[in-house]
Design a protein around this ligand. Structure first.
Ligand SMILES: O=S(=O)(O)O[C@H]1C[C@H](O)[C@@H](O)[C@@H]1CO
Length: 627
């Protein structure tokens, strides 16, 4: 039995304590970004290669290939799909797209589509006709369609259309198809690009986010969103970095980039879309900015740093302009005016800027000049923002000048690390430093075996570590599991908090741990007797002051049950409490074949000055006591 007494003394819990770490790693295009067409604008591909045609296939006897257009729709999108119809064709011709490993067909959804098209060498007599746009199974069953009129012209036109599905298909093996009667277009060659199809989006935003994934994240009530990375911020080289200026404005002006996880990022999900969605989700950004270090190990030379920080040069836009895009005055600042023109005249909320990502991989340049160059310039221009330095795994941070207040720590390890490290923050001196546990997860079993999905043993170990975040939230201001999302058919990293297919979302055991800590964060931590790291039971007591509710979190990392007796510093007026528990047998995972193997359940208990609670093995419980 573990006897826990606690007083009404303690410290505030920062509102930012639990949130989300995000980057486009098995998760942006084809995931959070709602665009359903893969390779919609043939960005960053080499014309004439099979890769260039990823996700596209001809329908009927038309010939398709990706070409460098003789008259590109924009400098950012030089490539186009060339569609050539042999003379004398009479049968239906066209092309299909297989989406991001499938396309969902959901009854009642109105899909919004568009494409640019032109006829490089139009016939002397204009040809007019109609395309048919439809959603169909790979077997050819059409679920919904509409006609889209066209007229041949050498100049690019944009067609738009909608159609509504009347059935829900459990299979996502479906195609988007654009087709036309062969006799109408026989002998013609047409070009297409930026071929797009959106389902309804979260909050109905144009160019927005996938609804079910947004709702899944919203159910965690996350306080912040760290973006755009992580590795995906840095680029393999400086030229490949996430450059904000290439991710704003009209989609036709966004070139996309080769991301850092082995696939092309369309950047249709760009800075503005991120910020609008973060606002819609009641979160605040922790925005990482490029700090001159890329994944090939190279650092920008000291003499070149200001071109990345304050001096715009040959279209490359510095970090100072990025921050002005986010919070500048649209009536006086050019970058803020772009924000206003996209639909958000007021500044977005921004309090935290992270300077780089995992810069400890660069031997000396972060300490020598990169941190100081960015911090000094940006702090002078935006003194109200908090600047986060990147560090290694522990709280023993390197010395930087000027000395940072905020640090981002990352740790990926096994259950034993998180169980034995539960007091890693208790031992840190209170010297004004504030810590962001920006990335953490149980990534292997204790024997080193890899994990494809989180498992209960690792998730409960994470919970033991997170009780330490509650307890030390006087110096831990933010924490987020990583990576966040994983497309079940396009994986670069496992395990992940949430796994999804085109039409399903699987909440892992770690998702529920993150959710329970976030929902029951409270605003005040009550100092209690504490355990030591090696014992299997950890706890944390926080309070929602305005609601008069106390959250008694109990974690049991052992496989056997344990008993905890809480002695409260008051007698609660409500003698019945409600609780939520996540528990499962060792090894349990929520997977596509067993999505609900372990889900939280509620229970009631007797609340009084003392509360005895028998905590099952491998469990996280939250006992809610109302005064
Ligand atoms: O290869 S790693 O450095 O471990 O990559 C990790 C750390 C990096 O910030 C993030 O992008 C990635 C997975 O979350």
């Amino acid at each position: 039995t573990f006897d826990v007494t606690f007083s009404t003394a303690g410290h505030n819990v920062p509102s930012t304590l639990y949130g989300l770490m995000y980057e486009d790693i098995n998760s942006g295009d084809g995931g959070l970004y709602a665009e359903l067409i893969q390779n919609r604008a043939f960005q960053q591909v080499t014309p004439g290669t099979s890769t260039a045609l990823t996700a596209w296939a001809a329908l009927g006897s038309g010939k398709i290939s990706v070409v460098k257009s003789s008259s590109p729709v924009s400098p950012a999108l030089p490539n186009a799909l060339s569609f050539a119809v042999p003379s004398g064709t009479t049968s239906t011709v066209g092309f299909t797209n297989s989406g991001f490993f499938g396309i969902p067909v959901t009854a009642g959804w109105t899909y919004t589509g568009s494409f640019y098209y032109r006829t490089p060498s139009p016939p002397a007599t204009k040809v007019s006709g109609s395309f048919t746009a439809d959603l169909r199974s790979t077997g050819g069953t059409v679920f919904t369609s509409t006609t889209v009129p066209f007229t041949t012209s050498a100049t690019w036109q944009q067609a738009t259309f909608t159609f509504t599905a009347s059935s829900t298909q459990t299979s996502v093996q479906n195609l988007f198809a654009l087709s036309v009667g062969g006799s109408t277009v026989s002998g013609l060659t047409m070009e297409f690009t930026l071929i797009s199809l959106f389902p309804p989006t979260f909050n109905g935003r144009t160019n927005g986010f996938r609804m079910d994934l947004s709702e899944t994240l919203l159910d965690m009530k996350p306080a912040f969103f760290r973006f755009p990375g992580g590795n995906n911020l840095e680029g393999e080289t400086a030229a490949d970095r996430w450059a904000w200026e290439n991710t704003v404005g009209d989609l036709v002006d966004r070139p996309g980039r080769v991301g850092d996880w082995g696939y092309i990022n369309t950047d249709g999900l760009g800075l503005y879309e991120y910020l609008q969605w973060i606002e819609d989700m009641d979160m605040e950004p922790i925005m990482a900015v490029y700090a001159g270090y890329s994944l090939n190990g190279a650092s920008v030379a000291s003499s070149d740093m200001q071109t990345y920080v304050t001096e715009a040069i040959n279209q490359a836009s510095p970090i100072e302009f990025l921050i002005n895009f986010v919070i500048g005055d649209a009536s006086t600042n050019a970058q803020a005016a772009i924000r206003a023109s996209m639909g958000h005249p007021d500044p977005f909320t921004l309090n935290y800027i992270e300077i780089g990502n995992e810069d400890f991989f660069s031997p000396t340049t972060y300490a020598d000049y990169r941190w100081a160059d960015l911090y000094n310039a940006l702090h002078a221009e935006f003194p109200q923002l908090h600047y986060i330095a990147t560090s290694a795994t522990s709280g023993n941070v390197p010395s930087l000048s000027p000395a940072p207040t905020y640090w981002d720590l990352h740790i990926y390890s096994n259950p034993n690390f998180f169980i034995n490290g539960a007091f890693n923050f208790d031992i840190l001196s209170r010297n004004g430093l504030q810590f962001f546990q920006g990335e953490y997860a149980t990534t292997t079993q204790n024997n080193g075996a890899a994990l494809q999905y989180p498992f209960i043993d690792g998730s409960i170990a994470e919970a033991a570590y997170m009780a330490g975040f509650d307890r030390n939230s006087d110096i831990v201001f933010a924490a987020s599991y990583a990576p966040l999302l994983n497309h079940v058919s396009s994986t670069q990293w496992t395990p992940d908090l949430i796994t999804f297919s085109p039409n399903t979302v699987i909440r892992s055991t770690s998702y529920y741990v993150q959710q329970l800590f976030s929902l029951y964060k409270g605003d005040f931590y009550l100092t209690s007797t504490t355990n030591t790291a090696s014992t299997p039971v950890q706890w944390s007591v926080t309070r929602d002051t305005s609601a008069g509710q106390y959250f008694l979190k109990v974690i049991n990392t052992a496989t056997s049950a344990n008993t905890v007796v809480f002695t409260l510093p008051f007698t609660p007026s409500h003698t019945t409490g409600t609780g939520t528990i996540l528990t499962a047998a060792s090894g349990t995972q929520n997977t596509p074949t067993s999505p609900n193997a372990a889900v939280p359940s509620s229970f009631s208990f007797t609340a009084g000055k003392t509360i005895m609670y028998n905590t099952p093995g491998l469990s996280l419980s939250v006992l809610v006591v109302t005064d």
